[in-house]
Design a protein around this ligand. Structure first.
Ligand SMILES: [Zn+2]
Length: 154
């Protein structure tokens, strides 16, 4: 990991996928000699609800179609990545599709391959769960979470 901010954000992901995402990012960085930053990793269900309200019941523009609990970010199972340059600026033009073969190797789903709404910075560890996270949300609603609030995975 070349970016210290990302190291902190890896540590807030679900414990079961921290190593996977770290290895994935490190392999991307070494393969292409780039630095990646996790712009977003874990986002709580409450934070997601606040974001969903934006542009609907609160001000601003609509920024997400996922309600609280419907995003893999809400379980610490997804990251949004960007490429950062030597001067620490974000390179928004970087072609994230180059990372897809490595994501495949780690069984990570790339949001850029989605048909309807492409989410090119997004990579998620779906782990066999439903795309809308309904089964993950059911586990959380049943109170089946660990002492830090992470969903207990079977
Ligand atoms: Zn995302």
């Amino acid at each position: 990991m070349r970016d210290t901010i990302s190291i902190d954000r890896i540590a807030r992901l679900h414990p079961k996928v921290r190593d996977t995402f770290q290895q994935f990012i490190e392999e991307c960085e070494s393969t292409f000699d780039i630095t990646l930053r996790i712009m977003l990793g874990y986002r709580t269900i409450a934070e997601q609800d606040t974001l969903y309200a934006q542009g609907r019941t609160t001000g601003g523009n609509i920024v997400t179609n996922a309600k609280g609990g419907q995003s893999f970010h809400n379980y610490g199972l997804a990251v949004d990545l960007c490429h950062i340059l030597d001067n620490k600026q974000v390179d928004w033009n970087y072609d994230m599709s180059t990372l897809k073969p490595i994501a495949d190797k780690y069984c990570l789903e790339w949001g850029g391959s989605w048909v309807h709404i492409k989410d090119r910075p997004h990579f998620e560890a779906r782990l066999g769960f439903q795309e809308n996270c309904s089964d993950l949300l059911a586990i959380v609603k049943a109170g089946n979470v660990d002492e830090n609030g992470y969903v207990n995975l079977p």
